[in-house]
Design a protein around this ligand. Structure first.
Ligand code: DCP
Ligand code: MG
Length: 394
């Protein structure tokens, strides 16, 4: 039996993630074989829809081979900004159920919901609610595994993909694990598997029941580790991700810039990018920083904290511009080699005690940001910009 039968762990893994986002954004793709990956001569498949997997297409396959296996598929170049955005939406759902979220990639995370059971229901109910909310709020499907440890939860999410929900009963761990191939054990790869197979060991159950003296020569010092996994034992904790401490953008100009309008336009663009990242992740910041480097490589940073946290483009830009102008007053003729702006003092919008933007930002600013965000969301990246940004030096 395991050391922590009381833990309630959930593993969530989105189904055919990049391909599913493409099908969401272009309904004409739904039900078709869709292959997302590099389309150049050396491209590889990032992922394939389940329809394409039926033809043997999978992640990491060279794209040329994928084209031969499934020529009728729709081939799509990845749009990482859009996947990151959907990922943030999914992760913010996780954080509604527990602060203990450990992201493994854009589409996959462990959650420890042991402390959430009183608030949200049983382990299984929480798993079901997370799945439902992901479907309702993002339009995507996820597979969910529930168990008392990470190893079993991860296997649980994987065994009934897509759209699966599997609870591994602590009393039936062997029934769950024993029929599985040994390749399911983390760390058994292409080298070890054939050697175990040569001993007639194909399943986790067979490995568990084999005498240690037989498998020791093959597994060496990892023998005990694998035997523990065979028994479904894993005491690793879910280690929560820490939010970013700061978000910033900067540019080194191709040629030094003295034109104030061009510099302010760049600052405006950077404020748009930074505030957009804050809003998309449900965050706000209390401090704005501006960084300026002159042609002699003298670098200054100026920062100022606001009365209230903000994620409004206009507020952040106003602060950045004031910081820039205060430097400019003393350096009116100095050309600028590098210009950057960023924010620190970042916290989650709901944790800062007020909704995005209230205190520092007027309702019209918030409304403008929402329009801006929704258009950018539709186009996947920063496509519309505020007027002044158009003056930027290319
Ligand atoms: N990915 C990638 N290259 C790989 C593996 C994955 O670029 N070799 C990307 C594309 C995937 C995403 O990461 O959509 C998530 O990876 P998964 O292994 O979870 O695969 P999918 O979500 O695509 O499919 P599923 O989880 O349903 O098997
Ligand atoms: Mg996935």
């Amino acid at each position: 039996m395991t050391e922590h039968p009381q833990r309630a762990i959930i593993h969530v893994d989105m189904d055919a993630f990049y391909a599913s986002v493409e099908c969401l954004d272009d309904p004409a793709l739904r039900g078709l074989p869709v292959i997302v990956g590099g389309l150049g001569p050396r491209g590889v498949v990032a992922t394939a829809s389940y329809e394409a997997r039926a033809f043997g297409v999978h992640s990491a396959l060279p794209m040329g081979r994928a084209r031969r296996l499934c020529p009728q598929a729709r081939f799509i170049q990845p749009r990482m900004d859009r996947y990151r955005e959907k990922s943030r939406q999914v992760f913010s759902i996780f954080r509604d159920f527990t602060p203990v979220v450990e992201g493994l990639s854009l589409d996959e995370a462990f959650l420890d919901v042991s402390g959430s059971l009183k608030l949200f229901g049983t382990h299984l109910e929480i798993g079901r609610k997370i799945k439902e909310r992901i479907q309702a709020e993002t339009g995507l499907t996820a597979s969910v595994g529930l168990a008392h440890n990470k190893f079993l939860a991860k296997l649980g999410s994987d065994v009934r993909k897509p759209d699966g929900l599997v609870f591994v009963d602590p009393g039936k761990v062997n029934t769950f694990l024993d029929p599985m191939p040994i390749s399911r054990l983390w760390g058994i790869g292409n080298k070890t598997a054939p050697r175990l197979k040569a001993l007639g060991i194909l399943t986790i159950g067979q490995l568990r029941r084999t005498d240690v003296s037989i498998i020791q020569p093959v597994l060496g010092n990892r023998c005990e580790h694998f035997l523990r996994l065979c028994r479904g034992e894993d005491d690793r904790e879910v280690t929560p991700d820490r939010p970013d401490k700061s978000i910033s953008h900067e540019i080194t100009f191709d040629e030094n810039i003295s034109d104030r309008d061009i510099l302010l336009a760049e600052l405006q663009k950077q404020s748009e990018d930074v505030s957009w990242q804050l809003r998309a992740r449900g965050l706000m910041a209390s401090t704005v920083v501006v960084k300026i480097r002159d042609p002699g490589f003298n670098t200054v940073t100026r920062s100022r904290s606001m009365r209230a946290c903000s994620n409004s483009t206009k507020t952040l830009y106003r602060m950045a511009r004031a910081l820039f102008e205060s430097w400019r007053d003393a350096h009116s003729t100095t050309p600028v080699r590098l210009l950057g702006m960023g924010v620190s003092g970042i916290e989650e919008s709901d944790r800062s005690g007020h909704q995005a933007g209230d205190l520092a930002d007027s309702h019209s600013e918030q409304a403008l940001d929402r329009v801006f965000d929704s258009i950018n969301r539709r186009w996947g990246e920063t496509k519309i910009v505020h007027g002044q940004t158009l003056k930027r030096k290319k």
